[in-house]
Design a protein around this ligand. Structure first.
Ligand SMILES: Cc1cc2nc3c(=O)[nH]c(=O)nc-3n(C[C@H](O)[C@H](O)[C@H](O)COP(=O)(O)O)c2cc1C
Length: 179
């Protein structure tokens, strides 16, 4: 089975996961910007990873364009965001919003927690990060979630949540479908 991990990553978390997955499956990880439709034809299993930005999966639309019909291929998608994947429903909503209806049943979906690299963020991204902070601040303190508190208390800081253990269900899924 020919397997590949394709990813889009702005600050490195999705890239880190791509390399962990590739290492676990003994395959290559490639940046979406370096992959063509023709390249993808040779793979039986394609895993796409994208960081989350304002509830959008980075590069996913472009990836679908170059993917073609992908008949008979096994497809998996992993999203990397600051949201805790254990928080019920958070990533289901993002998947629903980002995956067009005709692709809904084609991807096995996974969510991993990434880092917040505030010190490396662009000026625009730093401004955008004020939105969840001020939304959290508007809530009465007793109604704030763990995440709200994170946005308020850790604003402007670098936070490292990436963890290799998150990849295990994806790796198991691919191994089970390719036996
Ligand atoms: C402007 C901006 C918007 C973001 N929006 C979301 C979001 O909607 N949901 C989420 O879980 N994380 C969000 N994040 C956090 C990133 O997804 C997280 O930092 C992730 O690790 C980025 O992956 P990358 O470095 O591979 O691009 C956002 C970060 C920035 C800077």
């Amino acid at each position: 089975m020919n397997i590949v991990v394709v990813y889009t990553s702005k600050y490195g978390s999705t890239e880190k996961y791509a390399h962990w997955i590739a290492e676990a499956l003994g395959c290559n990880a490639k940046k979406l910007s370096e992959v063509s439709s023709k390249d993808l034809l040779m793979y039986d299993v394609i895993i796409y990873g994208g960081g989350l930005y304002a509830s959008g999966i980075s590069g996913f639309k472009k990836f679908l364009k170059i993917l073609g019909t992908a008949d008979n291929k096994t497809l998996a998608l992993y999203m990397v965001g600051l949201t805790n994947p254990e928080e019920q429903g958070a990533y289901t909503e993002i998947a629903d919003k980002n995956i067009p209806p005709e692709w809904k049943n084609r991807f096995e979906i996974f969510a991993f927690r990434g880092d917040q690299q505030f010190s490396r963020m662009s000026a625009l991204h730093k401004i955008m990060m004020r939105v969840p902070k001020s939304m959290a601040e508007k809530k009465p303190p007793e109604q704030r979630t763990e995440e709200d508190r994170m946005f308020i208390e850790n604003f402007g800081e670098d936070l490292f949540f990436s963890n290799k253990a998150y990849i295990l269900p994806l790796v198991e899924y691919i191994k089970n479908t390719t036996i």
